[in-house]
Every structure is written in C-alpha cells, then in structure tokens.
Design a protein around this ligand. Sequence first.
Ligand SMILES: [Zn+2]
Ligand SMILES: [Zn+2]
Length: 395
Amino acid sequence: MAPSSSASPAAGLSRPVAQRKVRPSADYRRRPRMSVSPPPKKFRSMVEIMKVAKRVELPVEEEEEDDEESEEEEEDDYGEVVCEQCGSGERPEELLLCDKCNKGFHMLCLRPIVVRVPIGPWHCPHCSGDQHRIIKSFSQKKIVDFFRIQKESQMVVKCSSAQDTRKRRKRSLVFHKRRRRLSLYIPTEDPHRRLVQMASLASALTVLDMEFSDELTYMPGMARKSSNSAKFESGGMQVLSKEDTETLEQCRAMYKRGECPPLMVVFDSREGYTVEADGPIKDLTILAEYTGDVDYIRNRQEDDCDSMMTLLLARDPSKSLVICPDKRGNISRFINGINNHSPEGKKKQNLKCVRYSVKGACHVLLVAIRDIAKGERLYYDYNGYEHEYPTHHFV
Ligand SMILES: [Zn+2]
Ligand SMILES: [Zn+2]
C-alpha cells in the first residue's frame, strides 16, 4: 500500500533493520550447495543504523498490505518491529518480516525453525495457513499405490525376505572388513511396522505435494539425462565398485517390494520433518539414493527449494547439476543437515552423502558412517563436498 521508498518515517512502514535478503552464516540445513565461506553480510550493523536513524513512532495497529517488490531498495527506516512469538525486538538480523501481514518473527522462534532467510516471498504461519502438521492416514492399499509397490510381492502377508537379507548381510559384513564394501539395509521384520514407516513417508510427501520417486528424474525443460555424465565432473568422480553397484540395485529392488529401510519420518516442532532410525543400522549401510528432478544449478540460483543437493560440479560451471526434490523424491529429502560450524553439530552426524559414478552417471548415496541405534535421528553434513570441491560460483 504505502510506497516503501518514502523517506518519511511516518508514511514508510518499518522494516527490521536487517532486510530479509540477509543470509545467516551458520546453521544451514538442507542447503547443500552453499559455499563454505560465510556469505558477505548485506545488512548494516545496529550501531551504524542507530547513528543515522531517527526514532520512529509506529502506528498502534498496522493495517498495511504491503505487496510491492522493491524491498531491497527500501530505506532502512528503523522501526520497533518485535517478534510476534517472544515479543522481543532483539537480534533484528534474525527477524523475518511476513510479506503479507508485515509482522515480525525471529527465525528461531518460529516452529519449525527457519534456518535461513527465504529467497522468495515469505509468509508467517498465520498467513500461510501452516498445514505442515496434518498427518494423513494411509490404508495399506493406498501405500502400495503410492510407492508403486509390485503387487506380487504381497508385502504384508509374506515376510521371508528379511531372513534372506540377513544371510546376505552376514556375507557382506565379512567383506567390508577387508574391502569396506557398502552393505544392504535390513528392513524391519514386522510387516505392519514397515507399513507405519512407509505411511510416515507417504504422509510427509503428500503434505509437500510430492510424488514418491526412488530414482533420479529428468523432466522436460530441465537437464536431460545425457547431461548427467560423471566425465564432466571437475577432477573426476569416484566410481562405485561392481559389488557396491549390485548392492545399490538390490536396495532399489527391495524398495519396489515394499521392503523399505528401517526409517521413520517424524515431525519435530523445532526441526520440522526429520528422519529417525526405526531399528539398528550398521556402519557403511546404503540407506537411500538422493532422488528428485535433475536440473542445472544455473536454473536454480533463485530457487527456494530447501533440499537441493549437488549432483555434478562440472569443469564448465554452466553444466553443473543439482537434484531438486520439490516435486518428486524419497525419504532423503527429509533428512536434516548438521550445523557444521559447531562441535555439537558435528557429533550428531551419522550419515554421509557420497557422490559416485554409477555406470557413467552421477548419483548421490546416503551411507551410514557409523553404527546407528534405533531412535537416533539421522544427520549429514551438507557442506561435505564443498570442502573438497570449491563452489565459488554458487550462491
Ligand atoms: Zn522471537
Ligand atoms: Zn503474516
């Protein structure tokens, strides 16, 4: 409503000192393509602003519907915006402003916590309707359809395969001591429990309006399948061994039979969706492939999908690829990243996202890096690659 370029404090609506385009330098979650070095701060410090700012009286009830897009150019009028949750106006650099109601919210006071400043428009929980808590129930038939489980597998009635897996597993453990082979996950034996696990994923995907996909997908208008070639990787990419490739194929086949990894998607009021081990998981177990639509990084620079994953860092940056699990994906997109700036964060890490060349194409696998106990939450380090591969061209 009010033109925000107005220099008059009375007419101009107040914004928090830090504009929303600011990015915090720590605690990125689900933001694998971030560079290692903290991004430059684009806001002025409170001290600087206080030197030049006049004090502004805010109207008591602000009715303004401010929809214009020019917020970056706006004057930094210092207003007493406070957080709707905690009532404090402190830490203004963490205050997000709702693009609809203009009310302020600390990123850490929101539930789930907002861990980075959104790139696009942001709406507060009241304005967005906050539907993320709805847990839908799924019948067995619905789950079979949702995951396109092969009907002949009769996932609930029959459960002999868990034993087979155990036998296979024993063999592979012997191997991995010598050769560090990756191993198959062991599905939960109880078929009803597996249904609960799959329902938790189906529910979370449904809330995000996503389809299940256990493979990388190539959609019209995005990167083509031929663009995903490991030979474009700057410095080359490690090749998944023949044995490990077989293990990966077995994982995929098991999923098609409804033998999912022992994982549960849970909703945490602070972290949002997150994933827990629903049974013990051994070191070096492949839990899933990171899946979603493959696209060029250059097409996604302004994208607000919070789960993009690096797939290919090409010598020619315009050929670099990301996995975007915003329309299709699997459980990987619900696993959170650690804060790799703190020792506590690093301690939580129990998975690694590893990129491999599999039959000439790049794939990202989620692999356990230690034994994981039942009930433990899964975490990996989003910035894992970026320590090895400089990503100066990223956001
Ligand atoms: Zn607050
Ligand atoms: Zn709002």
